[in-house]
Write a protein that binds this ligand. Structure first.
Ligand SMILES: Nc1ncnc2c1ncn2[C@@H]1O[C@H](COP(=O)(O)OP(=O)(O)OP(=O)(O)O)[C@@H](O)[C@H]1O
Length: 310
């Protein structure tokens, strides 16, 4: 498939200002079809605004592009009809049943064959046993499944997710991502805005945004390398005490507990090694290099007031 046909969104130079604040600053991106693209960044960094600009839900002050083959400035309506949306807040009607909610959504989209579409969704999402239950009385996982089913009633080609698995248990979370993977195999493209590591690891690509600027944009496997973080794994006695000793040493940018070890990371390998030398020389401790993973990169990127990564 040619790159062009394989591209679902292509935007360049998107900029959005709110008064004196530049919420999105010269943002460019290409999103391949069927990808799960994660947008990470601190609160208020501009993730939501960026995603809204990319799909024509908001007009940029500068820049432009296409989504699903439509111009984001002049054909926003066409794009909107092809988007599904799901947030961490349950946005359906608590006092309607599961079936009534799906019916309501299919009316909103003026779907043909509404009744069959609702029954098909109940079956596809295994919502049958709960069809007559009031949505407000469902557990978090079931609510989320209903919200996903509702977001798919009009078979959107693009799905926007905002912290979609916040507050649901691990099994429901797994089930959710399995379903999302199923959708991407059918060519649906997914943009996810999140603060959570376990959502970030599900993404094929990650864009990290800070203060309106895109600092990292890469396939998720390449993110640690892009961040340029070196990590040593330390095992030994009294890890809590060790952590206190290491904290703040020159060359150590981050310490994270991983099971029975500490992962100590820094952006300058020589300075990191110098800082850790006393423990390398101490036979009570083992210190070994490990490849920085997405976990370390994520913690590093999400740390307060993160200024820059290459
Ligand atoms: N309609 C608006 N009017 C004025 N300022 C806005 C508007 N929408 C967003 N902002 C500001 O733009 C900045 C980016 O907001 P945005 O919601 O895009 O960030 P975010 O990264 O999605 O945040 P969060 O993770 O908290 O959802 C923030 O400072 C926010 O206050």
């Amino acid at each position: 498939m040619s790159e062009e046909r394989d591209t679902v969104i292509e935007v360049e130079g998107l900029t959005k200002r709110f008064g004196g604040l530049t919420a999105v600053d010269d943002f460019s991106m290409r999103v391949p079809k069927g990808a799960i693209y994660g947008f990470l960044g601190p609160n208020g960094s501009g993730k939501t605004t960026t995603i809204r600009l990319m799909v024509g839900l908001m007009r940029p002050d500068a820049g432009g592009g296409t989504a699903l083959g439509y111009d984001i400035a002049t054909q926003a309506r066409e794009i909107k009809q092809r988007i599904g949306y799901m947030t961490q807040h349950f946005s359906l009607y608590s006092d309607l049943t599961v079936r009534e909610n799906l019916d309501f959504v299919s009316r909103l989209h003026a779907l043909e064959g509404r009744k069959q579409a609702v029954e098909a969704a109940l079956e596809e999402y295994n919502l049958d046993p709960r069809a007559d239950q009031l949505a407000g009385t469902l557990s978090g996982g079931w609510k989320q499944r209903l919200a996903l089913a509702a977001s798919q009633m009009h078979r959107p080609q693009l799905l926007l997710l905002d912290e979609p698995t916040a507050g649901v248990d691990p099994k429901a979370r797994r089930d959710f991502w399995d379903r999302i993977r199923g959708l991407t195999r059918k060519g649906v493209t997914v943009l996810v805005s999140t603060h959570y590591m376990d959502e970030a690891v599900q993404c094929d690509y990650i864009a990290f945004i800070s203060a309106g600027k895109k600092l990292v944009d890469a396939p998720s496997g390449e993110v640690p390398e892009r961040v340029g973080l070196y990590t040593r794994r330390i095992e030994g006695p009294d890890l809590a005490g060790l952590r206190d000793e290491l904290e703040g040493l020159d060359g150590i940018d981050q310490i994270a507990r991983f099971g029975s070890a500490l992962h100590v990371s820094g952006r300058d390998e020589e300075r990191l090694e110098r800082a850790l030398r006393p423990w390398v020389d101490d036979e009570d401790y083992t210190v070994e290099p490990v490849r920085s993973g997405l976990e370390e990169a994520f913690i590093w990127l999400m740390a307060e007031k993160r200024e820059a990564a290459p």
